[in-house]
Design a protein around this ligand. Structure first.
Ligand code: ADQ
Length: 473
């Protein structure tokens, strides 16, 4: 196995500072879990931003570096201005809304491109510094779209993979970007470019044709004397870990508490980052609509919406938060009673145990993003249901919809339709619930995060390394 150099905007760690000193803790996210095995086994490195360390003393900084080195992580520090212009700016104010088809949210005048480019170049420089011949490089996500080309210029012989975690939009959307061709050329520095679904691969191919006149033949594109492969690799989760958690006595105890409190009530659940792509307002409106038109459900539903604070420095996220707060208040004001309110809104992060207890207790899981690259929450819910019960209501605009045909599919823009789906889910006969959940679980367990990592890396290893360039004499 060749040494693996992983490159992502964030390192899979959290730096915590308190009176006892600083500690670097591994994060539990899906990507971190899936890549941990290959990262450690290959003796490789993970290169990325460790988060804001500007308030640490020089001694604390040194301690962080030592702890990172132990975890085989290499930090790339971002200045406050880089965080604001590369990360919050170009990545999250322009690329994020664009790829989710929300072009009206993009600033009218682009001011952060230069910083985006510069930071991508710094990433490539740092990777090149650590590269040894024979290494495999795997770059992740939309914040680093230019890194493959910068790397190719520095390391013509390297084997480079790239995975795009968010939707790749239709070329009609992508070509609105002023720097569209630079971004696409940036990705073409890789040997293999992976997306979650075949639809995103097609969108990327038509973008290549429109912008650069490049034709994709089956899954290959000839570019700059090399061959670049494209592929769909739907990301999975660590299904076994969620299943194990769902069977733990302490978790089952918590499930009982959730259910006891609502023995008369049916539990609906939403779990998301608080992001305007996740479709929370229309989801709330669907609950409101159901209560409005079917008085028999009043007092019999409890909708728990857990939302992790996210990108709070970006203005659109603050406005979105206000909107959600207002809707929750309105629905509870209309349909709450002295004893009970229909919406329980929790604006905070939950640990995996707490999430699993909620997944396992829910009657209906409501996953209704207006666009989502994949959506791992839908998969976590199924993995956490060894009891083979619970109904998944899923947006047809989540990448996960391609694989999870046994969910109740909804158009997240159609409030009335979502209210219908919610009611159908609540009234679904047990046998149908079990059949659907069994099929969903089989899929989630077979195509888990380990399968995803293996299939991407196998394909990347199979790509021929580019022939050495012969310089004219
Ligand atoms: P995200 O947009 O973050 O990821 P998602 O795939 O759903 O979306 O992953 C969210 C993760 O955060 C899940 O593992 C979930 O458990 C966790 N989470 C959500 N709410 C939480 C809460 N309140 N407390 C604690 N944890 C919470 C991006 C893309 C997705 C794509 C992934 C992976 O936008 O489409 O699936 O990357 O490629």
């Amino acid at each position: 196995m060749s040494r693996l150099l992983l490159v992502s905007n964030r390192l899979p760690v959290t730096v915590k500072a308190d009176k006892d000193g600083v500690s670097v803790v591994r994060s539990a996210g899906g990507l971190a879990t899936g890549l941990r095995g290959p990262h450690e086994r290959s003796g490789g490195l993970w290169i990325g931003w460790p988060g804001d360390v500007s308030r640490l003393t020089p001694q604390q900084r040194a301690s962080v570096e030592a702890q990172l080195a132990e975890l085989r992580c290499v930090p790339l520090y971002l200045s406050a201005s880089e965080v604001s212009r590369f990360y919050e700016g170009y990545s999250n104010r322009t690329l994020w809304p664009l790829c989710h088809y929300l072009i009206d949210r993009i600033p009218e005048q682009e001011r952060d491109w230069d910083v985006y480019r510069k930071v991508n170049e710094r990433f490539a420089d740092l990777v090149a510094r650590h590269y040894q011949p024979g290494d495999t490089i795997w770059v992740h996500d939309y914040q680093l779209m230019l890194v493959p080309a910068f790397l190719r210029a520095r390391l013509p012989q390297a084997r480079i993979g790239f995975f795009f975690h968010i939707p790749f939009p239709s070329s009609e959307i992508f070509r609105t970007l002023p720097h569209r061709a630079d971004l696409v050329r940036g990705l073409l520095g890789a040997d293999l470019i992976g997306f979650h679904t075949i639809t995103y691969v097609r969108h990327f191919s038509s973008t290549l044709m429109r912008l650069l006149g490049l034709e994709t033949v089956v899954d290959r594109v000839a570019y700059d004397g090399r061959e670049v492969r494209l592929g769909a690799f739907p990301m999975g989760i660590d299904a076994q870990a969620f299943e194990n958690l769902a069977k733990e006595p302490a978790v089952l105890e918590e499930v009982r508490t959730h259910r006891e409190k609502s023995s008369e009530l049916r539990l609906l659940l939403g779990v998301d980052r608080l992001d305007y792509t996740k479709g929370i307002p229309r989801r709330l409106l669907a609950v409101q609509r159901l209560l409005e038109r079917e008085p028999t459900w009043r007092g019999r539903l409890r909708f728990v919406q857990v939302a992790v604070p996210s990108r709070t420095a970006v203005a659109d996220y603050a406005a979105y938060r206000d909107k959600v707060d207002e809707l929750v208040g309105r629905i509870n004001g209309l349909y709450g009673s002295v004893h009970n309110v229909p919406v329980h809104y929790l604006y905070r992060s939950f640990n995996e145990r707490q999430l699993t207890a909620l997944y396992r207790a829910a009657d209906v899981m409501f996953v209704t993003p207006i666009r989502d690259g994949m959506n791992l929450v839908a998969k976590e819910f199924c993995a956490a249901r060894p009891d083979e019960d619970g109904v998944l209501v899923l947006s047809e605009f989540a990448g996960a919809a391609d694989e999870m045909g046994d969910a109740v599919m909804v158009n997240p823009y159609d409030v009335e339709g979502m209210a219908d789906a919610l009611e159908a889910a609540l009234e679904m006969p047990e046998e149908e619930r079990r059949t659907r959940m069994r099929n969903l679980r089989a899929r989630v367990k077979e195509y888990d995060v380990h399968w995803w990592v293996r299939s991407f890396l196998d394909e990347l290893q199979a790509t021929p390394t580019p022939p050495p360039r012969v310089e004219p004499a």
